[in-house]
Design a protein around this ligand. Sequence first.
Ligand code: ADE
Length: 256
Amino acid sequence: MQTNTIGIVSAMAEELAALQAQLEHSHTVTLAGRQFHWGQLGGQSVCLVLCGIGKVAAASTATLLLGHFGVAGIVFTGVAGGLAEQVNIGDVVVANALLQHDMNAEPLFPRWEIPLTGIGRFVADAHWHQALWAATTHVLAEQPVRTLAGRSLSARAYAGLVISGDQFVASAHASSALRCDLPDALAVEMEGAALAQVCHDWGKPCAVLRTISDRADDDAAVDFPLFLREVAAVYARDIVLRFLWREAPKLVGNQG
Ligand code: ADE
């Protein structure tokens, strides 16, 4: 059990690769079909892992990191569809709360509540959220614009509600239904709230970072590999490195 190690979970291989390229003194452990890459990053002891897609993949990955490997907390990076009007492609959202939008055990339990827990919204750990937010705003101030296929994307940072479900939201109809039901949701993705539920069960902090790859509408199927390589993986790498280097020592002490 390495209790000061930080688990870094990437949703997509491009993001993991960008971080793995910087990993020092690394070794890999394979468990439950996943490769856990241990090493030093930004002066901290970390364990990098690719999550897979969807809530079960996220819950399984988080359970292994916390229950088997005993990490101190988890940072998740990935992409999301923008829901709130102001959240555009290229922006970065740091979740201050997470909710499973496809959880509905009505009329036995209130809409969105995880049955028998009394919880619908998992509030992010204040210290970890603040630390990831500080790293995000620092990196975006340094790199406010990225280029994608000849187009300039200027990025802004937002903090707020991120919602998760086992559904890639790719129609104006589906995204406006979510906006109508959950007007304060900034972005929609497929893992964050499941990870937050597992971290809550284990009493461990997590923080979730999402780069907006689409607007969850009929044009949502952008060129994902290109977006991941040119925008999301770069922000995820630079923000996580800044988080580990400047913020994580305040959370778990310096492991370097
Ligand atoms: N991840 C990135 N874009 C998404 C979308 N539109 N729906 C769900 N997850 C996503």
